[in-house]
Design a protein around this ligand. Sequence first.
Ligand SMILES: [Zn+2]
Length: 254
Amino acid sequence: MIIDTHAHLSDEKFDADRDTVIERAFNAGVERIIEISCEPRYWDKALELSKRDNIFVAFGIHPNDVKKVSGKDYQKLETLIQEKRCIAVGEIGLDYHYGSFSKTITLQKESFARQLGFAIKYNKPVTIHSRDANDDMITFLESYKSIPKGVIHCFSGTPQQAKQVVSLGFFLGIDGPVTYKKSDNLKQTVLEVDINKLLIETDCPYLAPQKYRGQRNEPSYIIETLKEIAAIKNISFEEAAKITTQNTIKLFNL
Ligand SMILES: [Zn+2]
């Protein structure tokens, strides 16, 4: 069994052929999909989607959206997190990628802390977004006496940072970029980190693997990421699928 642990199928880019995309995933051996719904405008759509067989959902407020949301959104989020099919809070975290990020750092940290609070209160794992913010992220997480379990989604730090987050108890989400020729750092991370700490994800419609680079990504393409992990770890595809799936089931209580 293969599980795409991070998809954004509610995105408009799937409006024209969502059912076909999901069917293609199931036909390719992807048996479960976790829909990540981190913008309030997609929440209702994602909740509907999660009522289908083998699709689960995570709700959260993305760090790039912290200025757009209101207290009401947080109230609604808290309700959504209690939904049966909601298996995690996410994606939440810190994003220092864009030029104006310094203006929202305080707000990003407040929002992140508030949502970590929901995860603790409702005993759900977290899917963490950390873009160009890994050192701050590690310091932030270290400041918690007890942090929820979770995954650093689309990990893009150094092997050293990877080991730090793993020692905090987190899994690493590995995406399509591991298949890119220039992703030496990420390949090295996959090589060095225990496979029992790796999850696979597409982050579709973004980050298509090399074979489909430049195109819309979709859950069936996760096979390419898994192939690359198997090659780096020098194990069979089946073994890589089995272990990463076991990791997923363990983390998200599926
Ligand atoms: Zn994402």
